[in-house]
Design a protein around this ligand. Structure first.
Ligand code: DGL
Length: 263
């Protein structure tokens, strides 16, 4: 294994940075390529067929260009639809990001769990399967919010966003049947942990859970016997087209990303 072989992170936009951050904390010297499919954003509004054909093809191009040791699909929408297609198309380990329903079921006392994701993710059979396997005695209330995805992109681009906007976007989760009994909310879109402060201010009565820390541990485990550079190297952000919002350089720098390329 070449010590300079990177870990490839993939999302439609900035959401996967919420997965990269805990991975970077565990593996500070890991070379990073973070790819944002800015030309395909937002995934939550796309069809299953679009995601299932687009994501494996793009990942194939990224693997050819950057020769990563491991790929992380840091996107719930892409993972719940295309993880199997990607795994069969690529000859390297692929870690997916799927809604953290299992830890939520371990935490919930009311046995009513909210799943906040994209519109595409919350309708996936994959979510039904996770609920049946890990939360069979819980009621799962779902809401898909494209507004929260946009708010997370705007926040990381340096725009002012308010708690009131975040509250309005997430409120329908609590307004549906059993919504008032939710005590644990799964942040089932990687953009949403980037809004956790605003969500906690808007809805302080619930606990929040996401998959970032678990994915970081999984990456560390899968690469445990592999060599790394002796010091941190500059990470690369790859865009597939001009983004509607571009993340602030200062924010990218906190994650060790200093170069921006277009695929
Ligand atoms: N960050 C993505 C997810 O985890 C998708 C956001 C979008 O492009 O709609 O689902």
């Amino acid at each position: 294994m070449d010590p300079s072989a990177p870990i490839l992170f993939f999302d439609s936009g900035v959401g996967g940075l919420s997965v990269l951050a805990p991975a970077r904390a565990l593996l500070p010297n890991a070379p990073i390529v973070y790819a944002a499919d800015s030309a395909g954003f937002p995934y939550g509004k796309r069809t299953e067929a679009e995601i299932a054909s687009r994501v494996p093809a793009l990942l194939g191009r990224l693997v050819e260009r950057f020769h990563p040791r491991l790929a992380v699909i840091a996107c719930n929408t892409a993972s719940t639809i295309a993880l199997d297609h990607v795994r069969s198309a690529l000859d390297l380990p692929v870690v997916g990001t799927v809604p953290a329903i299992k830890p939520a079921a371990e935490m919930s006392r009311s046995r009513v769990i909210g799943v906040l994701g994209t519109e595409a993710t919350v309708r996936q059979p994959y979510v039904d399967d996770l609920a049946a396997r890990f939360a069979a005695d819980c009621t799962i209330v779902r809401h898909g919010s494209p507004e929260l995805v946009e708010l997370a992109e705007a926040k990381l681009a340096g725009d002012e966003i308010s708690v009131a906007e975040v509250r309005a976007a997430a409120q329908p989760l609590f307004d549906g049947p059993q919504g008032e009994r939710i005590d644990t909310v799964v942040l089932a879109c990687t953009h949403f942990p980037l809004l956790e402060d605003e969500l906690r201010s808007a809805f302080p009565q619930v606990d929040y859970v996401d998959g970032g820390a678990g994915i970081a541990r999984r990456i560390a485990y899968l690469t445990r016997e592999q060599p790394w550079p002796s010091e941190p190297t500059e990470g690369i952000l790859v865009l597939t087209g001009p983004p509607a919002h571009r993340p602030l350089d200062s924010f990218l720098a906190t994650l060790g990303i200093g170069q921006i390329l277009t695929l």
